[in-house]
Design a protein around this ligand. Structure first.
Ligand SMILES: Cc1cc2nc3c(=O)[nH]c(=O)nc-3n(C[C@H](O)[C@H](O)[C@H](O)COP(=O)(O)OP(=O)(O)OC[C@H]3O[C@@H](n4cnc5c(N)ncnc54)[C@H](O)[C@@H]3O)c2cc1C
Ligand code: FES
Length: 249
């Protein structure tokens, strides 16, 4: 893990309250994996803000993140200008294991679509056929389609109100279109992850829960093992990616 000052080289609004920022550093991408996150020090905030790596470029030492404005910290991020610097800790967490399979089904909801971009790239690199089902409340919230399609993924969009793509949630879209894969990877809100665990038994989920230190020291982010109630995992350290069925949701 490194602590670097990174420079903003891009910060654009790509959907409703949703921004895409690219940061350039020196070495932070060297050990980076899809599904890991970075912790950003935002001016005026004591606690860092964890944001998933959406994609990275090792050669350029650049990291792209996609974030939704939900409060003061993410609002301040959206106001950052090209050339400004931000203190970044990372990469953090364990990331998605890249399985050498014939086909993979990626499932994302809202902010959880962001980390699927690098994941799709890495799965394509090992020869997997990649299908992605990504869900949002409404058409104005949709992002990530062009990024995933550019990587060769087949993308299905679902919206709760039917204003774009399939009308319904991602699990309903998967059932309707009879989508499957040798392994499933999912990232999104807990109700969506519960649906994924109800429908699939082989794969991985990535948890987005409130964190404090983000590096395993404070125990603010623990979840219980599904089988053994005495066993805990720190989402920031042993996660955020867990095998389907590993933790109590
Ligand atoms: C491992 C990890 C990866 C993440 N990746 C992304 C990402 O790629 N893109 C993205 O947009 N967001 C992501 N998040 C969520 C992001 O960290 C929060 O939205 C952000 O910290 C909010 O900061 P804020 O100061 O704007 O809002 P705050 O003022 O801190 O909070 C505003 C509102 O958002 C809620 N909130 C804050 N954090 C979370 C959270 N983690 N989960 C659910 N609700 C929360 C609060 O309860 C409150 O209602 C991730 C979180 C984790 C733990
Ligand atoms: S946030 Fe402190 S241990 Fe995970």
């Amino acid at each position: 893990m490194l602590d670097e000052k990174m420079k903003v080289v891009d910060n654009l609004c790509i959907a409703k309250d949703t921004w895409k920022m690219t940061l350039v550093g020196r070495q932070i991408t060297e050990e980076m994996k899809a599904g890991q996150f970075i912790n950003l020090q935002i001016e005026g905030k004591t606690l860092r803000r964890p944001i998933s790596v959406s994609s990275f470029d090792g050669g350029m030492a650049s990291v792209t993140i996609i974030y939704k404005i939900v409060g003061e910290g993410t609002q301040k991020m959206s106001e950052m200008k090209v050339g400004e610097e931000i203190d970044v800790l990372g990469p953090l967490g364990n990331g998605f294991p890249i399985e050498k399979v014939a086909s993979a089904l990626l499932i994302g909801g809202g902010a959880g679509v962001a980390p699927l971009v690098q994941l799709a790239r890495d799965l394509k690199a090992v020869g997997a056929q990649v299908k992605a089902v990504i869900g949002f409340p409404t058409a104005a919230d949709v992002y990530g389609v062009s990024e995933l399609e550019a990587l060769g993924a087949d993308v299905v969009v679902s919206t709760d109100d039917g204003s774009k793509g399939f009308k319904g949630n991602v699990m309903e879209a998967i059932k309707d279109k009879d989508l499957t894969g040798d392994v499933v990877y999912a990232c999104g809100p807990v109700p969506m992850l519960k649906g994924v665990e109800g429908g699939f038994d082989r794969g991985y989920i990535s948890l987005d829960i409130r964190m404090a230190c983000g590096m395993g020291a404070c125990m603010a982010c623990v979840v219980k093992d599904k089988e053994n109630p005495e066993k805990y995992y720190r989402v920031c350290k042993e996660g955020p990616v867990f095998a389907i069925g590993q933790v109590e949701l």
